[in-house]
Design a protein around this ligand. Structure first.
Ligand code: HEC
Length: 171
């Protein structure tokens, strides 16, 4: 199952959105996106069901292409007080250290969410984006917003062909 995909309505629906849509359809409250105790735990299990499958994000049709291009623009746009883009760190400075951390390459970074940090603290992909927006001294767009969903769509496309392996550990 792709991580994120545009629906017939022309919007990107992330995996978390799709889970919430199921909850609402069953008369339950949607979980708060990024809430570690609910959405974090649910995805920690649900995403492992795709372990070993290859990331396969499709960009079919004009609405999908627009969402993809918008996400790409966000990824490369410099912003915030430090005037960084996602690409400044995760393309241009790969392998360099920021504080004690080695910057990873964006390709392949969308395959293993959520991650556990500090033992049992769960982070969904968009929760990680929030941390990076903090590093950029930029207020993060809300989780589930069109901006972050489009960013996730583009960012996930960069991992196409790679195996998914959910719920890994990070320091
Ligand atoms: C100032 C540098 C910087 C910028 C700009 C930045 N990040 Fe990060 N990001 C980091 C650091 C440091 C880490 C932790 C080390 C690593 O995995 O690269 C990280 C980690 C991540 C991870 C987790 C990778 C993993 O497997 O654990 C993702 C995903 C990510 N960033 C996406 C983004 C996106 C998307 C943007 C733009 C909204 C962004 N980052 C902007 C510094 C940055």
């Amino acid at each position: 199952m792709p991580t994120a995909y545009p629906t017939a309505a022309g919007r990107v629906v992330t995996f978390e959105d799709a889970l919430n849509n199921c909850r609402v359809a069953n008369g339950e409250q949607p979980y708060v996106l990024g809430d570690k105790a609910t959405m974090g735990r649910l995805t920690a299990y649900a995403r492992t069901l795709s372990d070993g499958m290859k990331m396969n994000i499709k960009v079919d049709g004009p609405a999908a292409l627009m969402a993809y291009e918008d996400g790409k623009k966000t990824f490369y746009a410099r912003s915030g007080q430090l005037n960084f883009a996602c690409a400044s760190c995760h393309i241009d400075n790969v392998g360099n250290k920021l504080r004690s951390e080695i910057l990873h390459m964006a390709v392949g970074a969308a395959t293993h969410w959520p991650v556990f940090r500090g033992g049992d603290t769960l982070f969904t992909l968009q929760s990680r984006y929030e941390l990076c927006y903090d590093l950029m001294r930029h207020v993060a767009p809300p989780q589930g917003s069109e901006k972050l969903n489009n960013l996730e769509y583009f960012h996930s496309y960069l991992s196409n062909g790679l195996e998914m392996r959910a719920s890994v550990f990070r320091k």
